[in-house]
Design a protein around this ligand. Sequence first.
Ligand code: HEC
Ligand code: HEC
Ligand code: HEC
Ligand code: HEC
Ligand code: HEC
Ligand code: HEC
Length: 194
Amino acid sequence: MTTLYAKKNGIRVAFCLLIFLPALWSAPQEYTEEDAPGPLSPAHAKSVGLKNCMKCHNEDFEVPHSRCLACHQEIAQRVAEERGYHRDKGEECSMCHTEHEGEDTVLVMLDPEDFDHEETGAVREGPHALVTDCRACHRKDNTVPRTGSISYLFTRTGCLACHTSPHPGRQDLCLKCHTQTSWRVDHWRRGGRL
Ligand code: HEC
Ligand code: HEC
Ligand code: HEC
Ligand code: HEC
Ligand code: HEC
Ligand code: HEC
């Protein structure tokens, strides 16, 4: 069984070499910055570099989402866990994220004045629904680091993304005892068990 399989594979390898070797002999196509429609956004000009075309493109100059996700683990993780804004947008990144317009590239096209927060899947209750300033919650110190902007992606999950616990050790279970409206625990005040 094993030998038969190995033999089959051997034949396959030989066949592939026969087809692809001539392609290897001719010099590989080198793309230069002149082949690009324009300079990259500042964020990617620095982190990726225009000359590294294949970090984002395949041979046909399509933009496979796997290329973007290879670097953007913060998005890949959310897509895999089906949470956050990108939970159902894991493909076709370039449908929304443009490139090659230099400083004018609109890499993140979110207008805080016109954003339906329900799209993120987050349910905000009580005092949370009343806060209008995005940056009261999505702050530089609790999100993924960015050079030229502030991310919306929290580095911690649950209540601890924004609140600290006065009684550490209970970690993610805040909602077992509290609500989004109040830290008061009435039955505990009445002498009940936690
Ligand atoms: C940071 C990722 C990134 C890098 C690096 C990059 N590109 Fe692009 N490129 C894109 C994206 C995203 C699009 C799609 C833009 C759009 O639809 O607005 C695109 C579009 C293109 C297109 C147009 C394709 C079409 O079908 O319309 C060409 C051609 C192209 N890039 C060439 C290049 C070349 C050549 C390089 C290297 C010198 C390069 N790109 C480097 C992200 C990149
Ligand atoms: C009261 C706090 C609060 C305010 C104010 C707030 N958000 Fe959020 N936002 C959240 C929470 C909680 C989540 C869910 C995070 C998670 O799933 O881990 C979230 C998620 C998001 C996400 C998705 C992040 C991801 O992981 O994919 C985006 C985008 C976002 N918010 C944008 C905004 C914008 C734009 C505003 C202002 C118009 C805003 N938020 C105001 C609490 C807030
Ligand atoms: C339907 C449009 C759409 C698609 C498709 C999409 N995005 Fe986004 N993306 C957005 C919007 C809107 C934001 C701003 C909200 C946010 O930050 O989560 C964003 C934000 C981002 C950010 C910055 C997040 C932050 O706040 O730090 C990254 C990185 C990103 N997208 C990568 C990707 C990748 C990779 C893909 C493909 C797997 C993708 N996006 C597909 C619309 C889209
Ligand atoms: C080689 C790694 C790499 C590749 C490939 C890459 N990115 Fe990025 N991208 C980064 C880094 C690093 C940053 C953050 C730059 C900074 O803030 O300094 C960034 C920034 C961004 C931002 C802006 C985030 C913000 O809030 O400022 C978006 C949106 C984004 N990338 C989407 C994409 C998409 C879509 C693709 C595929 C076409 C892609 N990236 C390919 C490394 C990469
Ligand atoms: C994205 C950030 C963020 C997350 C996540 C978050 N909160 Fe809040 N929370 C706020 C902000 C902002 C306020 C209003 C400002 C303030 O009073 O501190 C607030 C207010 C509150 C209040 C009222 C505070 C008071 O002093 O009366 C309670 C109670 C509360 N949050 C509980 C929770 C619980 C429980 C969770 C987890 C289910 C949670 N929060 C998750 C940002 C957040
Ligand atoms: C097993 C129950 C339990 C869990 C789980 C729990 N707490 Fe508490 N917490 C309490 C009790 C009891 C009080 C006192 C309530 C009162 O005075 O009515 C309290 C009080 C608080 C207060 C108010 C402190 C003050 O000085 O007024 C905050 C803030 C708080 N908790 C945050 C958290 C956070 C954040 C988490 C999750 C990481 C959490 N708690 C998980 C039981 C719990």
